[in-house]
Design a protein around this ligand. Sequence first.
Ligand SMILES: NC(=O)C1=CN([C@@H]2O[C@H](COP(=O)(O)OP(=O)(O)OC[C@H]3O[C@@H](n4cnc5c(N)ncnc54)[C@H](OP(=O)(O)O)[C@@H]3O)[C@@H](O)[C@H]2O)C=CC1
Ligand SMILES: CC(C)CCC[C@@H](C)[C@H]1CC=C2C3=C(CC[C@@]21C)[C@@]1(C)CC[C@H](O)C(C)(C)[C@@H]1CC3
Length: 605
Amino acid sequence: MPSRKFADGEVVRGRWPGSSLYYEVEILSHDSTSQLYTVKYKDGTELELKENDIKPLTSFRQRKGGSTSSSPSRRRGSRSRSRSRSPGRPPKSARRSASASHQADIKEARREVEVKLTPLILKPFGNSISRYNGEPEHIERNDAPHKNTQEKFSLSQESSYIATQYSLRPRREEVKLKEIDSKEEKYVAKELAVRTFEVTPIRAKDLEFGGVPGVFLIMFGLPVFLFLLLLMCKQKDPSLLNFPPPLPALYELWETRVFGVYLLWFLIQVLFYLLPIGKVVEGTPLIDGRRLKYRLNVIGTSLFQGVEFHYVYSHFLQFALAATVFCVVLSVYLYMRSLKAPRNDLSPASSGNAVYDFFIGRELNPRIGTFDLKYFCELRPGLIGWVVINLVMLLAEMKIQDRAVPSLAMILVNSFQLLYVVDALWNEEALLTTMDIIHDGFGFMLAFGDLVWVPFIYSFQAFYLVSHPNEVSWPMASLIIVLKLCGYVIFRGANSQKNAFRKNPSDPKLAHLKTIHTSTGKNLLVSGWWGFVRHPNYLGDLIMALAWSLPCGFNHILPYFYIIYFTMLLVHREARDEYHCKKKYGVAWEKYCQRVPYRIFPYIY
Ligand SMILES: NC(=O)C1=CN([C@@H]2O[C@H](COP(=O)(O)OP(=O)(O)OC[C@H]3O[C@@H](n4cnc5c(N)ncnc54)[C@H](OP(=O)(O)O)[C@@H]3O)[C@@H](O)[C@H]2O)C=CC1
Ligand SMILES: CC(C)CCC[C@@H](C)[C@H]1CC=C2C3=C(CC[C@@]21C)[C@@]1(C)CC[C@H](O)C(C)(C)[C@@H]1CC3
């Protein structure tokens, strides 16, 4: 009797027929006549595989963490070959031979309108576990022996990718596979591969920000609101009980020279960004497996740029209008070019509705050559503009209040916010894993947020202090500094911990942390900062925001506008992220929520 390599009950990796992907399977039996193994995939699918298509788990464990899958070309290759059913598809009582499965796949593809991949219910691949026991997931220490969890498998990343891809519904026109006959097998295979990479418009009920009416209101309301706030702040008594002053006519606010200065400022930023200095890093994999390259050259932008400071203060509203006009023009350009963009380049947030997509952004990473518009706007003109405006306010305060040195309140606000911006630029690589870069497109929301909202609203405390001085005592200043530092430690600690973990889950510095295993191959931290609340970085950010407002005193609520807005933004953002994580991680996310019940504020929310 010929010997068999794998025993019944053994957990191994089985190749998915017709693809180069391997999934965890349990050996059920072996037929000595046909030499085929009957194996069971995680979702319950049973198939017969040849011995060649089965590999022991150890052969995957020996690979270095994630490195084998990091080559985009490699990924693309294997994905495009993965045309048949994957084990993540809803379990069928199928028990068929690998050779017979292909025709059935084609028939099935015709029938199915929606290709859904139920998340694989996996257990960790720890040495201790040899049999599949149906446990949804498992909490483990992130220490060395367990480091052979899925991050170590090239396969796990593939399956994660596929899970994402298959949860996207195909377009209706793609399902018109009626006319195909048997010789179209090749065609169907190609169709399925294309479908795998498709971004499908999201359904109306999934639209965020209140859908079309909501984004319509935001797009018209926010600019108006911005000008009202700035005008109110300029009043002698900026109390909310005072009626906001009437908005000046557009022609009063428009100055072509200001617009020219703004354009010049923007172009200088572009030039610095394009300097061929700094390291090049890869972003997270896109829908088709590509990884975009980003040049990190913060040195260029940190150079001091001479501007006539008082001119900016005295034309502040005009600059805000110039930035708004620029942002509208940019958003129109972004929308127009997105109409010609290939489907793979569209954002997962885009919906197919023109108004909504104009707001959320249709194209995910619009680029002109290697110039990445979203990444550039998110980090450069807005953040650096904010620091420059703060400096303008500091000089304006000295001039208007006839001071030899700036007030302590102004120094606190300026240095706190400078620290925040320097931190963002210093850690710019971390931006590549934020929701803005990965999920949201580049449209009006981010263009306005980056180019108008950040520089003109985030500098609001400094703007307020110019015309509403507040003396801060040293004991009070010390308390505020401690608060700011606490917030910063939480913010930076949480962001760095997560970024380090996502970059290298086997990082020895993180070995003490506990993780929850998920079916996508990525694990979730469940101790350390991420075991404290589910968004510790938001908590830190909010504490810092409070420290930015406190130097303005308690005479008016206006300087607290930022923290009120920011709480609303982060609570909403947290809900959006939860929604995406729940979709991505399923039961593992629920388990995480049980373990870490509070979202942002411990014992409160
Ligand atoms: N100043 C401002 O105006 C703003 C600042 N921010 C700041 O930007 C930063 C980035 O925020 P944002 O992009 O919203 O989101 P996060 O940096 O919080 O990223 C959320 C992602 O982190 C991953 N994640 C969640 N929980 C865990 C866990 N337990 N273990 C490991 N990974 C986990 C998930 O992605 P995955 O698992 O796929 O990796 C999730 O989608 C924050 O510090 C925020 O405060 C944000 C908005 C505005
Ligand atoms: C007004 C709109 C409805 C909402 C606009 C939101 C934007 C202002 C923010 C969305 C995410 C942002 C981030 C930062 C700035 C504010 C916006 C653009 C960020 C660059 C600030 C610095 C941080 O360190 C960061 C983590 C890099 C931030 C990333 C997200």
